[in-house]
Design a protein around this ligand. Sequence first.
Ligand code: PLP
Length: 389
Amino acid sequence: MSSDDATRRAGAILTVDVGAIAANWRGLRDAGRAAGRPVDCAAVLKADAYGCGATVVGPRLAAEGCRQFFVAHLEEGIALRKAMPEHPIYVLNGLLANTEADFVEHDLTPVLNHLGQLNSWRAAAQRFNRPLDAIIHIDTGMHRLGFGPEEAQVLINERGRLRGLRLALLMSHLVASEEPNNAINGEQLSRFRNFVRAMPGSPTSLANSSGIFLGPDYHFDLLRPGAALYGINPLPGRDNPMLPVVTLEARILQTRRIDAFQTVGYGGAWRSARPSRVATIALGYADGYFRILINRTHVHLAGHRVPVIGRISMDLVTIDVTEVPEALSETGAVVEVLGPHMTADDLADHARTNAYEVMTALGRRYARVYIDTPPEGEGESETEPETAS
Ligand SMILES: *Cc1c(COP(=O)(O)O)cnc(C)c1O
C-alpha cells in the first residue's frame, strides 16, 4: 500500500519530521561538545522511538552520525537490529532469564542491573567462548533498576567478576533532571563520580534529555537523550529549545446542527447552550486521545480554536464548530490535533500527564507520513513513505 493510499483511506494522519529529529540530535550532540570534551550522543529509541517509529528514526540518526542506540525491551532490540545491522544497540531493561542466546544471536548488549545478571552474562561469555559487551547500570537514587551501593562495592572490590566481558559503558539515570534546583541532581552526580573514579577505564553516561541542560558536569562521555529528540520540551516552564517533530491531523466525518439544550455523546456529558454546529472527527481514546480530555481541550481548524465537547469515544471525538464558517468545517475538512498550535506538551497539560505519555500513546491506526525537512527551512521532501494501519 502506498502512502497515498494510506492517507486517502485514513481518518487521521500522523506526520513525523525525521529531519527535525536529526536536527534535534545534532543540537544535543553540539551541546555536549560545547565544553570542548569529546562527548558522544546516543539516541533512546524505546517505545517505538516515543511513538515516532524506531525502525525509521534509528537509520536516519545513524546516517546523521549517531552511533549508539538504546531500547527498553529485548524484542525492541531484535526489531531494531533488522533495520540497523551495524550499530551497538543497548537493552535497558536488562537480561531476563534464559535470554542470553537471544542477545548473542542478535548482537544486542544488555544493560546489567544487578550481580545476578552479571553472573549470567559472564557465564554466557564462557559458553559462547568469546568476550561479550556489557553495560553496568548503577543506582544512584532512582531505586528502580541498577546495582545498589553494596553490589556496586562488590564490583569495585572484585574486578575479576567482569572477566570475559568488555565494559561498553558505566551508566546511571537521573531522578529529577527537569528540575535544575532539585538537590538530588548533585547528590546523584557525586555518587556516580565516586563510582566511576573507582572503576576507571570505561566510558561513562549519566544525562538524559533534561540532564544535558544541567551543564557539562553531567555530560560524562555519552549523552542519552530520548524525549528532546522528538520535540518534547526538556526545560519545563521555559522556552522549548527543540524543533517540533510531530503533527497529528484528523478528518471531520460528519457535521450536524443541533438546537439549544441538546446533549452530545455518551452520557450526555455536554449540553449546548445555544443552537450549535457539532463536527465528529476520526480519532478516539483507542488512538491515545485520553478520556480525561473531556471538555478540557481544543483542536484547531482554519485558524479557529475549536473546543472538544462531550465524552471522548473509542474512535470518535466531537468538537463545537459553531464559530467556524460552514464552508471550512464540512465533512472531509482536516483539523489539527497536534502541531504548531497544540504541542504534545500542551496536550499533556490538558490531560494532567506529561508529553512522554502523549507521545508513546500515539495510536497505531494513524496513517504515518514521514517527511525529512532540511535545516533552515529549505522546504521539505517526502522520503520513503512508510505507513502503518
Ligand atoms: C528513557 C531513558 C532515557 C531517556 O530519557 P529522556 O528523558 O526521554 O531523554 C535515558 N536513560 C534511561 C536509563 C532511560 O530509561
